[in-house]
Design a protein around this ligand. Structure first.
Ligand code: ADP
Ligand code: MG
Length: 699
């Protein structure tokens, strides 16, 4: 008879794998397993050492072991006071007896009964002259029971309620041997050997069924390497493509141009800013499209560096665009750049989503006709059908909101496919080197270290909500000394009693603490002109207290504002708190930042501790990485990339470095992976990243 699983293929639905069928296939779907190949990639996340099944009399002490026997007797022992009681049983295998104890085991009363054959797995301990297992895993022995007699590392799989890890184990046990031979390796022995990597099929075998912990480690290393290599290959190809197949306009630069630009700045650049300017100026004079990340802490002065670059485009009679993540920030850039370029011939335009259709239309036309030199805006610049006459440079502010995917879209703004603008991306959330290599491996990096001179340090306090009166009364005193305050709240409208919101708090704070002071609110639901007017009044010192949502999180620059209060601080991420705090400490006044927090989780507690401990963005970023883990930072939301499944960062940093070097080597000799030897690698790369990374003409 032909069983359905004969001739099972990797691409088959998992339904056809042994012991699966339609019902279990639905359960597998919940785990993201649809095909047999997915089943192979559904890896155990840890292992449990188990000595094999043995007679009770021979069970070793203090390791996880398995015994089978009949329940000789059992009963529930009720607890006293707070204790919930325990379920005790005696297992008998005809020669010896084993005591079983389940604490809080009341639920077992009608499940385990005398006379039943069960298999128990757990740690064996000696107790007087008895042997016992505490809280063992158990199952009824029937014809589905797999009994292992050898010691082994038992895989533990992600499971669901109706599909246990043990069942997945049994299914993979039967399935994997049928398809090992179909797993093709994209690397040959000559490549793997020097890197100490096992073959691919072998790696999957060792991952699912390791003979010992070293095998599992080796297997994981191979699979993590592959994952990182594909990612780095994607980056390397992109980079190669940008550098060799695409052209950007070479911009002019000279001492005269340099002087001309600097005359516009109200201050001298710091050494660090000058170094960044120099790196950028070198890039911009070449036809290789610049692809550079400018990172520097909050308030380090990145805008002026970007403006320098944009004015180089203007000096060559070409256009530049500056994109900000929020309208508020775009508006602010527009205002401050307008101020610096007052009475110059540079033509600026602001383009945001909340402008009227007619205004936008007119601005589009001016940009198309080359009547605008520098366009400043939000994603509207990207997403709408804006055609630039001669776009030479795109600056993207606050890169942490613009991933690899969005940058690919920028490049498509070029008039001709092979001609692209230079690209400068800026981030005020310094990205740990580990992460920038992974996420932005295709970028060159300039870093501004330190802050401009004359800044006063910010002192940070974390207080609990019941200290509100102390905080606000103190702040009211400081307002008397002409200081200005931000108060940040997580919501605009009150939605629950626990969560303070902008609308209600503005009024309450005004009445309770800030009588006679000017209090105003700003949030995302205001019309643009209202919002601009309020920001303008805050900037000019006419407003004392600005109550706001996180619309002011990034980029907002009002040097006289020296105090910030963040309510419900436990709800914000670490990077976000650092960003918020960066709104103060921008002038020459001693600044204060108060985080009002009621941390309920360990993570929240750790975030509060980290933010109070340092104002160094790099340290914050590293702490963030530790608290949140790589998974979330790499998650689709921020980067647009699929998350890593096997590799972990920073844990696999050395593998990442290796993968990066290897990827660069491979691409330097075979930039399109056309070599027959790279066929499989190319296919897998396109499958993994083809949709999210613009891979040029690969694939
Ligand atoms: P960020 O890097 O956070 O974008 P900004 O570009 O907004 O920082 O700069 C923060 C503030 O520092 C601004 O008010 C800016 O005018 C000021 N600034 C920038 N560079 C210098 C400098 N070299 N000397 C003095 N002030 C500077
Ligand atoms: Mg900025």
């Amino acid at each position: 008879m032909v069983t359905p699983e004969e001739g099972l293929q990797l691409s088959d639905s998992v339904q056809h794998a042994p012991f699966v069928g339609a019902a279990r296939a639905t359960l597998f779907a919940r785990l993201g397993v649809h095909t047999v190949a997915d089943l192979v990639k559904h890896l155990p996340f840890r292992y449990e050492y188990e000595s094999g099944h043995m007679p009770i009399g021979e069970l070793p002490l203090d390791v996880i072991a398995t015994a089978i026997g009949e329940i000789a007797n059992c009963r529930f022992v009720p607890g006293r006071g707070r204790s919930q009681g325990r379920f005790v049983a005696t297992l008998d295998d005809d020669r010896n007896r084993l005591d079983l104890v389940w604490f809080n085991g009341g639920y077992l009363r009608d499940r385990i009964i005398a006379g039943m054959q069960i298999m128990v797995t757990g740690k064996v301990s000696q107790y007087d002259d008895h042997r016992q297992m505490v809280n063992p895993k158990w199952q009824i022995v029937n014809d589905e029971t797999v009994i292992h007699t050898d010691a082994r590392y038992r895989p533990v799989y992600a499971a669901t309620e109706d599909l246990s890890s043990a069942q997945i184990e049994r299914i993979t046990d039967a399935t994997l041997p049928m398809i090992w031979e179909q797993i093709e390796d994209h690397f040959d022995e000559g490549y793997r050997g020097p890197r100490g990597l096992p073959g691919l099929a072998e790696a999957y075998r060792m991952m699912h069924r390791p003979g010992d912990p070293d095998e599992a480690k080796n297997a994981r290393r191979r699979l993590a390497y592959d994952e990182l290599l594909l990612l780095q290959l994607g980056m390397a190809i992109k980079r190669h493509h940008t550098q060799n197949d695409l052209n950007a306009p070479a911009l002019r630069h000279s001492t005269a141009i340099d002087q001309h630009i600097r005359e516009r700045f109200p201050f001298e650049l710091t050494d660090s800013q000058n170094a960044a300017v120099e790196e950028i100026a070198v890039d911009l004079q070449r036809t290789i499209p610049m692809n550079r990340l400018l990172q520097g802490d909050v308030g380090s002065g990145k805008t002026v560096v970007a403006l320098y670059a944009m004015l180089m485009a203007t000096a060559s009679n070409r256009q530049a665009a500056l994109m900000a993540p929020t309208e508020l920030l775009a508006e602010q850039h527009f205002i401050s750049i307008s101020n610096m370029l007052k009475d110059s011939s540079v033509r600026l335009a602001l383009l945001t989503g909340s402008q009227s259709a007619a205004d936008r239309e007119a601005t589009h036309r001016a940009i198309e006709q080359g009547e605008i030199d520098i366009a400043i805006g939000t994603q509207a610049l990207l997403t709408e059908s804006v055609q630039f006459a001669d776009l030479a440079l795109v600056v993207v502010d606050e890169q942490h909101r613009f991933g690899v995917v969005q940058r690919a879209a920028i490049r498509s703004k070029a008039a001709m496919p092979a001609a692209v603008p230079h690209c400068l991306v800026m981030t005020a959330t310094p990205i740990p080197r580990t992460l920038s290599l992974t996420l932005f491996g295709d970028l060159d990096v300039s870093t501004i270290r330190g802050l401009p001179p004359g800044r006063q340090p910010i002192s940070t306090r974390v207080v609990s909500p019941d200290q509100e009166a102390t905080v606000y009364e103190y702040i009211a005193q400081r307002i008397e000394q002409d200081e200005q305050v931000y108060i940040v709240l997580p919501a605009i409208e009150e939605s629950s009693a626990e969560l303070k919101a902008v609308r209600t708090e503005t009024e309450r704070l005004q009445n309770e603490y800030f009588q006679g002071k000017k209090v105003a609110a700003v949030h995302g639901q205001l019309k643009r002109d209202e919002r601009e007017a309020i920001m303008q009044r805050f900037r000019s010192g006419d407003i004392d207290v600005l109550v706001a949502t996180t619309v002011i999180e990034v980029g907002v620059d009002v040097p006289n504002a020296s105090i910030m209060v963040v309510e419900h601080a436990e709800r914000f991420g670490l990077a976000q708190l650092h960003q918020l705090r960066g709104r103060v400490g921008r002038g020459t006044k001693k600044s204060l930042c108060v985080f009002v927090a009621d941390p309920a989780t360990e993570d929240a507690e750790a975030r509060m501790k980290a933010i109070a401990q340092t104002t160094d963005g790099f340290e914050i970023a590293e702490a963030d990485l530790l608290i949140r883990g790589m998974g979330e930072l790499l998650g689709t939301k921020q980067s647009g990339l699929p998350p890593l499944r096997v590799a972990t960062i920073p844990g696999d940093m050395d593998l990442l470095q290796l993968a990066r070097r290897d990827a660069q080597d491979i691409i330097s000799t075979d930039p399109r992976l056309n070599d027959r030897a790279h066929d499989l690698l190319r296919k897998r790369l396109v499958k993994a990243y083809g949709k999210v990374i613009d891979l040029g003409d690969v694939g």
